[in-house]
Design a protein around this ligand. Structure first.
Ligand code: IPD
Ligand code: CA
Length: 270
């Protein structure tokens, strides 16, 4: 089991940032050449492009070369246990629907965590979220704060005029009623609501204080592994509301007070 010193956590932050930028540049090049849809996954709306797979393969091979012994958990190519106790949790393109449609809000999300590769129990080590079209790089290392480039990030205190919130919806149409009911219950807290289309960026924007809060049901570990770390290292709170047996538990991020208020409303009776 690798002992993770502050120095190692920062080294891994820089590695995640470097790989995320190389991967983002590849995604950008492939986008310019045109998007080829490779398949649909859980539902017709849940698409994967050739680029998602190619970008994940690039990330995986760089990690295999530089961090042999670490485990891997990726959206497109599955899981592999490592020997070091560290696991890389990767979404090669978060916001694939935006990517395919030509919206700029997509990102490469890379996190490294310690312990069981289960988001309820693992310890954050380091992470990076890179949005190649927007040219923004967000990074964090355990105990070292969260950063956009060289600027340290801090979550906002929700303003009295109401919170600027973001949310998202699952791909399965049968989940939409429940998601919309939660939005309706949370809306009285909001000054306005965004649906950006990339969970890693929603969380990065909460860390940066651009959004006051974010909530979404049914995210997968790779959607939020790096972003959750950014919010926590920026002084915020990220909770998974609902019972552990619920595959569509809700992620809620923001200041401690706002997260509590969102959970009370979102989980209430319809
Ligand atoms: C999706 C995005 C989206 C969120 C979905 C995610 P993907 O990830 O983060 O914003 O609403 O729940 O699945 O499929 O583009 O990697
Ligand atoms: Ca993805």
């Amino acid at each position: 089991m690798t002992a993770v010193t502050d120095g190692l956590a920062d080294e891994l932050r820089l590695l995640a940032a470097d790989i995320a930028q190389e991967a983002g540049a590849l995604a950008l090049r492939r986008r310019a050449e045109g998007v080829a849809l490779a398949a649909t996954k859980s539902s017709l709306a849940d698409i994967v492009t050739e680029a998602d797979r190619e970008v994940e393969a690039l990330i995986r091979s760089r990690l295999a070369a530089e961090r042999a012994g670490d485990g891997f958990l990726g959206e497109e190519s599955g899981a592999e246990q490592g020997a070091s106790g560290l696991t890389w949790v990767v979404d090669p393109i978060d916001g694939t629907v935006n990517y395919a449609a030509g919206f700029p809000a997509y990102a490469v999300s890379i996190a490294v965590v310690q312990g069981e590769p289960d988001p309820d129990v693992w310890d954050d080590v380091a992470g990076a979220v890179f949005a190649p079209v927007l040219g923004e790089l967000f990074t964090a290392a355990r105990g070292g704060g969260a950063w956009r480039g060289g600027d340290r990030l801090r979550v906002s205190e929700a303003p009295p005029a109401g919170a600027l919130l973001a949310t998202g919806f699952g791909y399965d149409p049968s989940t939409h009623d429940g998601d919309l009911a939660a939005v309706r219950r949370v809306m009285p807290l909001a000054r306005d609501l965004r649906r950006i289309g990339a969970a890693s960026l929603d969380l990065a924007y909460v860390a940066a204080g651009r959004l006051d809060g974010y909530f979404e049901r049914g995210l997968k570990p790779w959607d939020f592994a790096a972003g959750r770390m950014l919010v926590r290292e920026a002084g915020g709170v990220v909770e998974r509301a609902g019972s552990a047996s619920d595959a569509r538990r809700m992620i809620v991020a923001g200041s401690a007070d706002l997260v509590r208020d969102i959970i009370v409303r979102a989980m209430g009776d319809p």
